[in-house]
Design a protein around this ligand. Structure first.
Ligand code: URA
Length: 434
């Protein structure tokens, strides 16, 4: 079957079979099918969607486009968490060392920023020397030594996703449930874990803007993983406001260090504890979630989690005096409140766009990022303020970008005269079969 016939079938709402999907992904991976035909198919999938069988087949085809990581030498339970992408989402950086402190190996293959969402690898690379390009042998060596390693996708791991992810970013085909599900699950299944907890973000700053779409994405991924023998669950979490107090790479590393030292923002820490506890419960069927959370708090209080994070950084080639060596932006400008009252909304989409304007994220997949810039000191929903109080601080390396970003952050804030009820951070938990 010619590639254009497969595109035509999907464009017209047909259901693709395993041969059609398999041949298309294989052809694209080896370069026989050009980017323009893959873009056309991605756009057809974006508009027509895919059945569960089609998404499962697409995931398999992408998973088997490369090698699987052989984690059989790791003797502890192997678990990972993956987020669908958020603003200020540095939870992986806190969670990986915490899970490692609790008898779990965390072989975490992460991505770079996509759209307005930040990427764990970009954050880690703001630490001078940190390598995100470990070979499989180096990745396993770090895991044997400290129980967690956060690295990038090698050329041989789900290469179809590596190519397609970059193509989707520049062809407006990112927010598609089947494409996101196959992209995430092909990488995560290649990692060789027993347990996978998904953090499906929902709201202004997420690819999934409403709960129905977030549920469908969560159910699709949980079911794909479950049918492949993995212990799965997904937490649907609120992404209307940024997580924690910072957005931007080095700023988020500073906030991670603060969080691991016991000075983390409440939303950031409670999401971290919930996701890590879920990994612990799925890894050890007998673990009790509230007991697990207590142990996590103890690991922060004792300094064990921070020490584990520093150990991972050093094993990846990063400097030991992280705080002293993180890059700092030349300009720091406050964003002030225009009225007195209570912060009732902080639009994560607008703050994410401010980050892109400053250069913290990329607009093209081969762009570099400015690790120093971003937004810090973000006042959270529910905080009281007086007119003129600082709501956030812009960290910039260009005056023009600073002014433009400042307006976005100012517009992100709504100050209300009413009392604001606390918002639930975890909206729903999805298990297999639900
Ligand atoms: N994260 C991924 O790995 N893939 C997507 O498509 C979106 C978020």
């Amino acid at each position: 079957m010619l590639p254009q016939w497969v595109i035509e079938k999907k464009r017209d709402g047909g259901e693709l079979d395993a041969d059609e999907i398999g041949a298309f992904i294989k052809g694209y991976t080896v370069g026989d099918i050009p980017d323009y035909q893959m873009s056309a198919l991605a756009m057809a999938i974006y508009f027509q969607g895919m059945s569960f069988d089609e998404v499962t087949t697409l995931t398999h085809a992408m998973l088997h486009s490369g090698d699987l990581v052989d984690t059989s030498s790791l003797t502890r339970p192997k678990a990972d968490k993956h987020s669908t992408g958020g603003i200020g989402d540095k939870l992986s950086l806190l969670l990986a060392p915490l899970a490692a402190c609790n008898g779990i190996d965390v072989p975490m293959i992460s991505g770079r920023g996509l759209g307005i969402t930040g990427g764990t690898l970009d954050k880690l690379e703001s630490i001078p020397g940190y390598r995100c390009d470990l070979s499989e042998a180096e990745f396993l060596a770090v895991l044997h030594e400290c129980g967690c390693s956060i690295t990038g996708q090698t050329a041989s791991l789900a290469p179809a996703d590596k190519k397609l992810y970059a193509l989707r970013d520049v062809t407006a085909t990112v927010p598609s449930i089947p494409l996101i599900a196959a992209s995430i699950m092909s990488k995560k299944l290649a990692e060789g874990t027993d347990v996978l907890v998904l953090d499906v973000k929902c709201g202004h700053g997420a690819f999934m803007k409403n709960l129905d779409d977030a549920r469908e994405l969560a159910r699709t991924m949980v079911e794909i993983g479950h049918r492949m023998g993995k212990s799965m669950s997904a937490l649907i979490t609120d992404m209307n406001a940024p997580i924690g107090r910072t957005v931007g790479n080095a700023l988020e590393i500073r906030e991670t260090l603060a969080g691991l030292s016991g000075q983390g923002a409440d939303d950031m820490m409670s999401l971290t504890y919930a996701l890590t506890a879920e990994m612990m419960v799925l890894s050890d069927g007998k673990a009790d979630p509230s007991e697990a959370k207590k142990r996590l708090v103890d690991d922060v209080t004792s300094g064990a989690a921070l020490a584990r994070f520093r150990q991972m950084v050093e094993l990846h080639g990063g400097v030991s005096d992280i705080e002293a060596q993180l890059p700092v932006a030349r300009i720091q400008t406050p964003v002030t409140a225009s009225a007195s009252g209570t912060v009732s909304a902080v639009d994560a989409d607008k703050v994410g766009r401010a980050g892109i304007i400053l250069g913290a994220g990329r607009t093209r997949v081969d762009d570099g990022v400015d690790h120093a810039v971003g937004i810090a000191d973000l006042a959270a929903i529910g905080e009281r303020c007086q007119a003129g109080d600082v709501l956030a601080t812009i960290h910039a390396n260009s005056k023009d970008a600073c002014n433009e970003a400042l307006q976005y952050v100012k517009d992100a804030y709504i100050i209300s005269s009413k009392k604001i009820p606390p918002r639930p951070l975890i909206i729903e938990t999805i298990k297999p079969g639900e």
